[in-house]
Design a protein around this ligand. Structure first.
Ligand SMILES: Cc1cc2nc3c(=O)[nH]c(=O)nc-3n(C[C@H](O)[C@H](O)[C@H](O)COP(=O)(O)OP(=O)(O)OC[C@H]3O[C@@H](n4cnc5c(N)ncnc54)[C@H](O)[C@@H]3O)c2cc1C
Length: 147
């Protein structure tokens, strides 16, 4: 099936049934909730951290810091952004290696978990949870964006 058709099938239920989710994409069919947004954002951030190189370039280090900084200002949940801003001010992102960034991200997520009454995640399991990425081919999963 062509990609466009798959995407249309995933979003189509929005027109009829706000409570349903696409089984393949878990696309919320109704309004995006704070939780939907959070899960999607954490997926991006942890996946990025898991793919971040052991010896990142200066540019990659700068880019990750910039991404985190942007989120503290434009994340579209103002309470979340404020909380994240305070956290990042106290504990800036650690970007010198993949392991550092993964552990920082886990700590940051746990900080949010704690503030909203959710259990802490065992950061030793971060790589097991987020380390596998399937983009269809090894090259497509590379972080260098084709540069
Ligand atoms: C920057 C940011 C700030 C947020 N601030 C708030 C806020 O102030 N108030 C609010 O109500 N919501 C906030 N959220 C949303 C909140 O963090 C959750 O995403 C949301 O409550 C949905 O939670 P969940 O239980 O589905 O799983 P999520 O917390 O979204 O986690 C998704 C998955 O990540 C894994 N996971 C959990 N913790 C960790 C960890 N520490 N390290 C690695 N993997 C982990 C688990 O497998 C989990 O199923 C924020 C989200 C982000 C991205």
């Amino acid at each position: 099936m062509p990609k466009v058709a798959i995407y249309a099938a995933a979003t189509e239920p929005a027109l009829t049934s706000p409570a349903t989710y696409s089984p393949k994409y878990q696309v919320p069919a109704g309004p995006i909730t704070k939780d939907d947004l959070g899960r999607a954002t954490w997926t991006l951030l942890h996946t990025l951290a898991a793919q971040y190189p052991d010896t990142p370039t200066r540019r990659q280090q700068k880019d990750v810091k910039a991404l985190v900084d942007l989120l503290t200002r434009i994340y579209p949940c103002s309470d979340c952004a404020k909380h994240f801003r305070e956290l990042v001010r106290k504990k800036p992102p650690q970007v010198a290696s993949g392991e550092e960034l993964q552990q920082w991200m886990c700590m940051a997520h746990n900080d949010v978990n704690q503030s909203i009454g959710k259990p802490a995640f065992n950061c030793k399991m971060a790589n097991a949870r987020w380390g596998t990425l399937d983009c269809g081919s090894e090259l497509a999963c590379s972080m260098d964006g084709g540069h």
